[in-house]
Design a protein around this ligand. Sequence first.
Ligand SMILES: [Zn+2]
Length: 224
Amino acid sequence: MAAAGNKGKRLSKYVDNYVVFDLETTGISSVKDDIIEISALKVKNHERVETFSRLVNPGRPIPPGATKVNGITDEMVQNEPGLVHILPEFLNFIGGEILIGHNIQSFDLLFLNRVAGEVCGTAVLNDFIDTLYMARACLPGLSHYRLTDLAEYFKISSEGAHRALNDCVMNQICYEHMGKLLKDVDIPVCPRCGGELTKRNGKFGPFYGCSNYPVCRYTKNIVV
Ligand SMILES: [Zn+2]
């Protein structure tokens, strides 16, 4: 699957500078649900240098099922601003940096792009690294790939998991561990965009194609 619905390219590499981000939401539908917390960490040369973390008033009651996961209640958000105020600050914070998060290709980035369109009339074009894909490649033996599973593997405290900033910190440490493992695993990487090459079947047999197709159309023959 290419980065369907996303505007930037999914990369698979260990970078020095990036922004880790995470959202807490009222539910799992990136079409219907709302953001209630948005956090991010800016990292320069592998060190955390700046934090962004805001609760967001969704303008509707938070379903009990969501509160059960993240612990965020109606009372906690009632005096907070809405996304109209917070989203522009957030977009300003992330700038053009590479975004990193867990399962962001299928979740957080879809949310973010929907609300960026609704609230600001813009799109999030940043390239991104999804640590879920990275973990599957770097740690092939795990039975589950939730962020807490990675934290357990790397012996990082997962206390306070499912609050956005705690998840960012946890994931930043996981990314740094996995980045160092990345050079030992054999993921074919697109020389043109830094995405992953995946095996496909064409008219003339199997070949490697960039997973960011159609944004990137790089292909390579498989030598047998
Ligand atoms: Zn490519």
